[in-house]
Design a protein around this ligand. Structure first.
Ligand SMILES: *Cc1c(COP(=O)(O)O)cnc(C)c1O
Length: 229
């Protein structure tokens, strides 16, 4: 199926899943993860109505942002200190912040281009060794640290669920939501804005993520791959 049709099909299904679990479709952003395709395929998704795209490599977000500055580019990949200054000017939202020493670099880069950088804190809910993200018990300290920077706004949390077992994925999403809600319960006391965003759910598990409260789903293969069932 052509990419435009696949995008439209996924977008329509996001709407259906939202209705089925009593959520407003406007509360869920579909990020088309274009990390495996080039600018031509991005164009097909743009033509089909995609307005948010995700990339996990600095050089890719920079290149594609130059070609398509009119859509929103989300950085979802592993952050490296020396690439932060390239990423910030392109990034609508950085999903993958979990190391405290990156905060000052993000703040400086954002100040340099006269913006406030929206970020999410990545949480390793499942505890899988191979995954990035802060341990759940460290998120509060990270949030406090981020709040000290005037060019950073923490909008919410992000996680990746282990693949292959929907029950485990669901627990992971539900736990991320609990972590967010616990932080928000002390937001007024601690003087930060309540966290509204939950970036969770990929091609295989996004339906479950929406049911558990995802406000952003990051979908790659279901849109851009020919052979994703
Ligand atoms: C690749 C990627 C996705 C999309 O994964 P699919 O399984 O292709 O939908 C989502 N989030 C992150 C962080 C990724 O690296």
């Amino acid at each position: 199926m052509p990419i435009g049709r696949q995008y439209k099909r996924v977008a329509a299904e996001v709407g259906e899943v939202c209705r089925a679990c009593g959520r407003d479709v406007d509360d869920v952003v579909l990020v088309a993860v274009s990390k495996t395709v080039d600018a031509v395929q991005v164009q097909q998704a743009v033509d089909a109505g995609a307005a948010d795209f995700g990339e996990n490599r600095p050089e890719q977000i920079v290149q594609k942002f130059e070609v398509y500055p009119q859509v929103k580019w989300h950085f979802i990949g592993n952050l490296q200190s020396r690439r932060i200054a390239e990423i910030v000017p392109c990034a609508h939202l950085i999903h993958s912040v979990y190391q405290e020493h990156h905060l000052a670099k993000i703040d400086a880069a954002a100040a340099g281009c006269g913006k406030t950088q929206d970020i999410l804190l990545e949480v390793n809910v499942s505890g899988e060794q191979s995954k990035g993200g802060a341990a759940p018990e460290d998120v509060r300290a990270l949030l406090r640290a981020a709040c000290a920077f005037s060019h950073i706004r923490v909008c919410g949390l992000m996680t990746m669920a282990p693949q292959g077992d929907m029950r485990i994925a669901q627990e992971c999403f539900s736990d991320l939501r609990k972590i967010r809600d616990e932080l928000n319960a002390s937001a007024a006391l601690e003087g930060f804005e309540p966290l509204s965003e939950l970036s969770m759910g990929m091609s295989e598990d996004w339906r479950c993520a929406i049911a558990e409260g995802a406000t952003i789903v990051r979908i790659g293969r279901a849109i851009f791959s020919e052979d994703f069932a």
